[in-house]
Design a protein around this ligand. Sequence first.
Ligand SMILES: [Zn+2]
Length: 236
Amino acid sequence: MYVIRKQGFHTKKELEVHLQNMKKELGREYHQKSPEYQFLLELIQLAHPHATEKIGPGIKYFYVEDAGRGCTRFAFERVDGSDDIFSYIKCKDYFGRDRDEVVATDAWKNLLSACRTAIADQLSAYYYAHEHICADCGVTKDIQVDHKNKNFVDILLEFDAPRNDTPREFDDLPVEETDGFRGTHLFKIRDVEYMVAFQEYHRQVAVLQLLCRPCNLKKSRQAGIRKGVRREVSGA
Ligand SMILES: [Zn+2]
């Protein structure tokens, strides 16, 4: 799972199709404040091998230009008036570099972590209310709570997509308050409305089950979900 600007992509191919659609229309411009601008900027920041040099003093807008041979490519103008192009092939390569690499910005990772903390009580209540048997193989050791129908990242993406109050800053969870269920971050007091709404959404849509650690890992791998992005909580 790659998360760029609130959008999740399960495979490199999905990401590529999305980018190809964005550069279909020759001459199309993506200006600051548009979601497409934010998306391309975040892609460069995340994944371009020379992000700092590419961005330079800042990017004014992106546009789609003729690359010859019937192809188009992404180009941009910087705030100082200089033009440049960028190849998302270079970005795409980054995603294949390390299978376990977490591809997400810190703000996104921290949001995910704060949301885990927010629903920790729901998971621990489920864990302690059920007999500790793996739903797949029946073993009783190393049992974890798993999101059965939809994974946690997708639940958060669905919840967050229509909102415009996504928190970007978080508090650290004090070490003495961590347990197997919580993330490492907390929502700030001012974001309590977002937090409570997410708790409620999760309560409604999440279907939980208990799996042993190996079965849980196997499921994550089959789903192509990155380790780290989907670090399911452990009650063991
Ligand atoms: Zn199992």
